[in-house]
Structures are given as C-alpha cells and as structure tokens.
Design a protein around this ligand. Sequence first.
Ligand code: F6P
Length: 362
Amino acid sequence: MKKVIKRIGVLTNGGDCSGLNAAIRAVTFASVAKGWEVYGIHNGSNGLIVRPMEYERLTLGSFEFPYATMGGTMLGTNNSPILAHDNGLREKIDEASIKTRFKEGVDQLRLDALVVIGGDGSIPIFADLCKYAKIAMIGIPKTIDNDAPGTDLSIGFSTAREVVTDAMDKLDTTASSHHRVMLVEVMGRSAGHLALQSAITGFADAVLIPEIPYSYQNLVKHLRATQKKGRGHALVVIAEGIKKPDGECSLSNNSLTFNGVSQYFEQKLKRDGFEVRTNILGHIQRSGTPVAADRLLASAFGVHATELLAKGKTNRVVVHQAGVVTDISLRDSIKLGTTGVNRKSEIVRTARALGIYVGDIK
Ligand code: F6P
C-alpha cells in the first residue's frame, strides 16, 4: 500500500441522497489544502472501468457552480449491485476483467487512495478492489435509511427526514379539513428510522416499522380511541419495508423495490369505515436542498476521511457516534451489519409517550 498521498480519487456509489455533493466538496477542499490532487470518478466504479475512463479533476473551481447546495451527486452514481452491467457500463465485462480494468484505471490516474461515499454494500466491495489495485480506501456512509453500521447518522438522513416532515405538515391540513386518515408511506428498506423519527417530527398518530410487530386490529383500536378523544383526523406513517399482517413483505420480484404496502392498509381501513387517502412519498425523499445538519455531517466526514489518509490509514469507515465524528475498521463495520431501530430505545419510548401507536412489542 502506498503511504504518501499525492493524488486521490473520490466517488459516490449506490442510491443517491442529499448531501453527497457537500461530501465531495469537503474531500476536495480538505485534500487541496494538503496539496493533493483530487479526481472525481464518474458513476461509481464505472468511471474507472469504462474506456475511455470517465472522471474529472476536482479543484476549488469545480464548486463555483453551487453543486454543494443541491441534492443528487455531481459525479453520478451506480446503483447496487456495484458491478452490474446495466448501470452505465455499455459493454459486457466479466468480474475478473472489472478488477483488472479498475487497477489499470487507478494506475493510469496514479491514484494513491480512494474515498468511497457509499452504502454498507458498496464499501466492502471497493475495499476488495482497492486492495487489488494496491491503494488505500476510506468509506463514508450515506443513506436516507440511516442503517449504516456503527454510525448513528449517515449523510442524507436528516434531509430525508425534513422532506417527510414537510410532506406530513402539508398532508395534515388537508386530512384535518376532510376528517380523513392519511397514510404516508416512507422509504427505509428494512429499517424504520426515517418512518419513526418523521412520525414524531410530523406529529403522526401511528407508525408501523419493520422492527416492531403490530396488529391491524390494534392499529384500528388506536385510531378509534384517538377519535373518541376528540381528534377528527389521523396521520399514519407506514415504513415501506413492513410486512402485511399475514407476514408477506411487499418487495417486488427483483427484491429491489417495494410495491406500496400502504395501499393494502387503505383498502382494509376503508372496509372498516374510515375515510382514507394514501401518499407514497417515493424518491422525493432522496432529493432536495441538503439541510444544514447534512452539510455539517458531510463536511466533517469528508475532512475526517482525508485526515485518515494523511495518517496512512486504510480500510476505515468514517462514523458519527454520540456527537463525535470518528472511524471504525472495515472489519468491524461488516461485523456490525445494518442497524435498525432498537425497540427499547429512547426514541421509541418518546413516540409512545406522545400517544403514537408504534406496534405491540415493548
Ligand atoms: O436505500 C435507499 C433507498 O432509497 C431505500 O430507502 C429505497 O427502498 C431504495 O433505496 C429505492 O431504490 P431505487 O432508487 O433503486 O428505487
């Protein structure tokens, strides 16, 4: 592994979210301050694998246009699986050649290290590729699902929570005017962080998350009880990854997208006499101006990543733990795996204390 850093690559991989550009900016600014050259690799790993390669030199001038205040990723991304041929690779390449091409790309750009802004799926794959290419790798977690290992915050989560909260504020007024039950389906895959926290910040009456079993009857009982207490409408947040009462998950056949589990509840609640409307918020949760909390996190993560490289570290993942930005080993990150909502946590207790139905298991 080369120890003295002169040139680094930075890329984004996996689903986009707000705050990625702020992270790219932070890596660039902190690296330029150290006298390093920075190369932004386009479309995840693909920029190093396609021929001609797709990349750009990043300097302070690259941010004259205010990318960092925008959602999305200025470098483009490549959704998982990381080596899929349908994600920007215009030719079919086998796995062994991908590794060889990746190394060729690294050598051609004379990179000493790579900063990977990605999900928990991407980072270990890049660690393998970087090991093969004999360069250092530092991971920076991003995901609106907020379930990345070892970190209590990931880039993109705070903005997504803001988007959901804002949507709920808007839905609340129309639900209230019409005395309706408004179902709000929220992303998060198998983690309920986004749904649960947005249920609190958006003042919901109930939230169903994958980590806590619920019963449909108890949800209905709760809605009727709140009606009796004088509330004429209700907001119910449904995490996309929950199972239906029969245990069936709404994942589509390709196991990548969810099929709108909230529609099932709409039908059922209508049959039980409620006036119901459903809103599946979808990909707006992945975009929008990054909120200050995401800009701060992305900036601190980017700076920390470059400091790790300057110290000669590799295979570390930057994390946020109890208010502090630090890092963990890739091995620990893989061992920890994704982290869902702890049903005994403060946040679950807070939601319940506010009278929100959060499933049945305490
Ligand atoms: O993991 C982030 C996420 O936004 C999930 O919350 C969601 O289920 C998924 O990605 C959507 O993926 P895609 O952009 O491939 O539809």
